[in-house]
Design a binder for this molecule. Structure first.
Ligand code: ASP
Length: 325
């Protein structure tokens, strides 16, 4: 997560390697007992995505806090971002042709279409099961344990937002409906909703993170690669970090899969298998993303209920300060 060399992090990643000898200052000594190996820091090919993400977040926070001094660099990155978006827009026009040939390539390579269909079906079911568990168990449990209120009644108040998320596959497009549900149906404080929901629509992607982790494991299993528990934890960290950078637009998660696959050292060509079922998984994970945002607002509103009830002079000056910022 904290690369020692930023340039190197763009093409090499940290890897624990097991060595028979360990260096202790000037001497190289045999490690432990006979045949014992010791873990030592090493590296392997590939981008250190987690390190770059952590650095970027820290750098962005510092730059954001520098006020007018940081403006030239912020303008530079804004400009770079816009130029890249223009390029991406051009590529997107060609994507149907590219996707068609990617899928055709996979179909031609398949030796047993039935078996592959079954595997993709199991992958789809796994993602759906994960999203259902997260939406109906984990999130309600967190909400209930903090607020002691009925989470399912809370969910019924945001049904319209959930239906819109399912229909549009976009957290950002759903934002006005989410705001309406939270402010009108649940009478949430606008100071919480207007800050948290736009942030959540772009940064809080529980569904996308879950999907990306399952998809990466699916591709690893297709290639007979087994991930141990530690690797699954690292993968979860990568997908959580990458999903916060994803946009709340249709199929953004699929684009981020490329980053996840390459940083986990997995082949990217199988992504076309994921595209086949992404139309439905995208809708479902967007619904979970929006639900996560709503529960988040419910929890924060509950935890800050006292501050929100009595703004007082301190509260007012805080709001004024925020407006200046
Ligand atoms: N479509 C999702 C959203 O808008 C993002 C994703 O593709 O994972 O929340």
């Amino acid at each position: 997560m904290i690369p020692s060399n930023l340039v190197e992090a763009c093409f090499r990643k940290f890897k624990t390697v097991y060595s028979r000898s360990v260096s202790t200052g000037f001497n190289i000594t045999e490690a432990g007992e006979d045949n014992n190996t010791v873990p030592v820091p090493g590296s392997s090919d590939g981008m250190n995505m987690l390190g770059l993400l952590v650095f970027s977040v820290a750098f962005g926070l510092i730059l954001g806090g520098m006020g007018s001094q940081g403006k030239p660099l912020r303008d530079f990155f804004d400009c770079l971002n816009q130029a890249i978006m223009h390029l991406v827009n051009i590529f997107i026009w060609y994507s149907p042709v590219g996707i068609f040939f990617l899928m055709a390539g996979q179909v031609v390579k398949m030796t047993d279409m039935g078996e592959m269909g079954q595997e993709v079906g199991m992958y789809t079911l796994t993602v759906i099961a994960g999203l259902l568990i997260h939406s109906f168990l984990t999130l309600p449990l967190i909400y209930f344990s903090v607020t002691r209120k009925n989470p399912f009644r809370f969910m019924s108040g945001v049904l319209q937002a959930l239906a819109t998320a399912f229909g549009t596959s976009s957290s950002s497009a759903t934002l006005p409906v989410t705001l309406h549900c939270m402010e009108v149906n649940h009478s949430m404080d606008t100071r919480v909703t207007r800050f948290m929901l736009p942030t959540g629509a772009t940064m809080n992607m529980d569904g996308a993170a879950l999907y990306e982790a399952v998809a990466a494991l699916f591709i690893a299993q297709l290639h007979n690669m087994n991930f141990d528990f530690g690797q699954i934890i690292v993968l979860s960290l990568i997908v959580t970090a990458s999903s916060t950078g994803g946009a709340g637009i249709p199929q953004a998660g699929l684009v981020y899969m490329m980053i996840v696959l390459s940083s986990a050292g997995l082949p990217t060509e199988n992504i076309s298998l994921l595209i086949m079922v992404d139309w439905i998984l995208d809708r479902l994970r967007t619904t979970t993303n929006v639900l996560g945002d709503c529960f988040g607002v419910g929890v924060v509103q509950h935890l800050s209920r006292r501050e929100l009830q009595s703004p007082g002079p301190a509260g007012e000056s805080l709001m004024e300060e925020n407006l200046h910022l």
